[in-house]
Design a protein around this ligand. Structure first.
Ligand SMILES: [Zn+2]
Length: 414
């Protein structure tokens, strides 16, 4: 199995971020030496840039087109995760004062969020290991992604979520056939519980025992942006931060794109977007790059970002600093207003996390962070249909006759 894997990808092994030890890509998920976090390392010099580019462009319309830069071979049967559109957003750009604005619309994945990407890679690994059950701790979107991927591959799924999660999100996970376990307490408590259960049950916990593989799926967002921009990096990306895995892997992706020669050197800045009710990373950035302090009781409309003790929190601050990026934390009112602005200018409906990203871009634009001619990409990671509309703005209910409409039109709609 390992031999096959090494033939297909450039995986060299798993490198510990704490002590630097390089270890074989076996079943381990933390460093055998120091228990630190480990992540895949690749032999990028084996690639000829032109050959690699042609191979990718000939590949499937999914994240598996980047298989040479992923730690696991594509599963024999896969569904189309990734390769989502990069949309020019002139009307939103005008409203925000950003000249060259793009939306990376990851709400168009099979379960309507970017989480289908990391799950696809984790699931391919679970199948290689012969696991029959996958599981996760989730703020909502991951639950649906894990449940659907398990269903499609005939595996069992257990998803652990905070009990106060939006009912729509649990409903979809349950509909896909997963066992939903609602846990009293914030996400961090759910996360700790899964950490304790992972070894005991031997399941593939996508964000624990499969994490080194899981996190790699997030790189493909930037791979796609670069390819869609004609093999060049955008100048700025604005990324929502929950655990920080998405943000930190965008830096990994940029480094790999440069190291393989797929994109030229250019200046590239990563900006962190968080809701004010749970902004451990943004607050650390804005408070002169201090260490991340956990938020004990996250309170925000953007529940998918309500992670008070992010696993890649300090890592995110470091990456934002290294790429000379910035951050913002935005209020619930700003989130609602921004999500509405996006919907009414571009026709893209996002969950509150998308509002966090748009509101952050607005703040950064007003601070003069983006310069004329620079490309700015907003990461839209979750669809608004799952959250349901607010009670407001649904409009009047009328009788099924034209007079009733004329009356309503005069009195209310006009
Ligand atoms: Zn180590």
């Amino acid at each position: 199995m390992t031999t096959t894997l090494e033939e297909i990808t450039a995986l060299r092994g798993l490198r510990c971020r704490a002590c630097g030890a390089l270890q074989p890509a076996d079943e381990r998920y933390i460093c055998g030496e120091c228990l630190g976090p480990i992540e895949p390392e690749y032999d990028l010099d084996i690639f000829d840039a032109e050959t690699l580019r042609v191979d990718i462009e000939r590949g499937p319309a999914s994240l598996w087109r980047y298989a040479p830069l992923l730690p696991v071979a594509p599963p024999t049967s896969h569904w189309p995760v990734g390769w989502t559109p990069l949309i020019e957003a002139h009307r939103l750009g005008d409203a925000l004062g950003i000249e060259r604005l793009y939306l990376k619309d990851d709400t168009r994945n099979p379960t309507l969020s970017f989480k289908d990407r990391p799950v696809a890679v984790a699931l391919a690994r679970a199948l290689e290991l012969g696991l029959d059950t996958i599981a996760c701790a989730s703020t909502g979107n991951l639950a649906g992604a894990v449940a659907a991927a398990a269903a499609r591959n005939g595996l069992r799924a257990f998803v652990f979520v905070p009990a106060d999660i939006e009912p729509e999100k649990i409903a979809s996970a349950a509909a896909y056939g997963a066992t939903v376990v609602r846990v009293n307490g914030p996400y961090d408590a759910v996360n700790r519980l899964c950490g304790r259960l992972a070894d005991e049950y031997g399941w593939g916990f996508v964000n624990f025992t499969l994490r080194p593989y899981y996190a790699e799926g997030s790189k493909t967002v930037l791979f796609e942006c670069a390819e869609q921009l004609g093999w060049t990096l955008p100048h700025h990306i604005v990324v929502p931060v929950g655990s920080g895995a998405l943000l930190t892997r965008q830096a990994t992706a940029a480094n790999q794109l440069r190291a393989t020669g797929l994109v030229p050197e250019s200046h590239f800045h990563i900006h962190a977007a968080q809701p004010a009710g749970c902004a451990p990373v943004s607050d650390a950035v804005l408070d002169n790059w201090r260490p991340v302090e956990p938020v004990r009781r996250p309170e925000t409309l953007a529940k998918s970002l309500a992670i008070g003790a992010p696993a890649d929190g300090d890592g995110s601050v470091k990456i934002v600093r290294e790429t000379r990026g910035s951050a913002a934390s935005v209020s619930d009112d700003e989130i609602r207003e921004a999500a509405s602005l996006l919907a009414t200018t571009e026709g893209v409906l996002v969950e509150p996390a998308g509002g966090v990203v748009v509101a952050t871009a607005k703040q950064l634009a007003s601070r003069g962070v983006f310069h004329a001619g620079e490309t700015v990409v907003l990461y839209l990671t979750g669809n608004g249909y799952k959250g349901g509309p607010e009670e407001t703005a649904l409009g009047p209910v009328i009788a099924a006759d034209a007079d009733a409409f004329r009356l309503a039109y005069e009195e209310v709609l006009a």
